[in-house]
Design a protein around this ligand. Structure first.
Ligand code: 5GP
Ligand code: ZN
Length: 189
């Protein structure tokens, strides 16, 4: 039996469909484009992970002052020590920022934060603590591995000055309802 005849019974090469049916051109080109982008995204993620200083800290390739570690989460002192005990809490699994974080990773990360915050309080008796998570450069993210800052507060002039401008007067309650609705409509689980 002719080999190519037998092969053709089970398999139709995608190029054959493409050449024979020009109506499929846009669909096929879209699929190829999507596949190419998916591959590029994965390559970029791999590169990002290799270049990531926080992944290197987790792996012990860059030294850090470790505050806490388990199989999912690592916490260490921020080198800038905005206030004494300023700690960064990070997931061991590399994720760029909050937008790209799977809910399970967020759950694991945030479940450790009260424990670490209480440990900082017991060690240094701050008057309070700020949690801060920056996402994207406009929001001052400078290291692209998700992290939550725990910044103990000791009073005015302790080193941390959040700049918070209120715009209460600019919004009616209808405006607030409209904004809330716009966000709510985009909720995806
Ligand atoms: P972001 O600006 O992205 O919210 O915060 C990144 C934080 O990482 C900064 O506060 C910076 O001080 C800290 N950081 C950057 N490089 C290192 C490092 O090599 N070791 C430690 N411990 N902290 C770092
Ligand atoms: Zn990383």
């Amino acid at each position: 039996m002719n080999r190519s005849t037998n092969y053709g019974k089970f398999f139709r090469h995608p190029l054959t469909s493409l050449i024979q049916n020009p109506l499929l051109y846009p669909v096929q080109l879209y699929t190829i484009d999507k596949r190419l982008h998916f591959k590029l995204d994965r390559e970029e993620q791999k590169m990002a992970h290799e270049d990531c200083i926080f992944c290197k800290i987790i792996d012990g390739d860059i030294p850090s002052a470790k505050v806490y570690e388990d199989d999912k989460v690592y916490a260490f002192l921020d080198i800038s020590q905005v206030t004494k005990g300023h700690t960064l809490v990070i997931p061991k699994e590399h994720t760029k920022n909050i937008y790209e974080t799977p809910p399970e990773t967020a759950k694991e990360l945030f479940s450790r934060i009260p424990v670490i915050a209480n440990a900082i309080r017991d060690a240094y008796q701050p008057l309070g603590i700020n949690l801060l998570n920056n996402n994207e450069p406009v929001a001052e993210q400078s290291v692209f591995h998700l992290h939550v800052h725990l910044i103990p507060r000791y009073g005015d002039g302790d080193g941390y000055t959040p700049n918070w401008i209120t715009h209460t007067e600019d919004y009616t309650s209808d405006d607030l309802q409209a904004v809330a609705k716009a966000i709510n409509e985009q909720i995806k689980h």
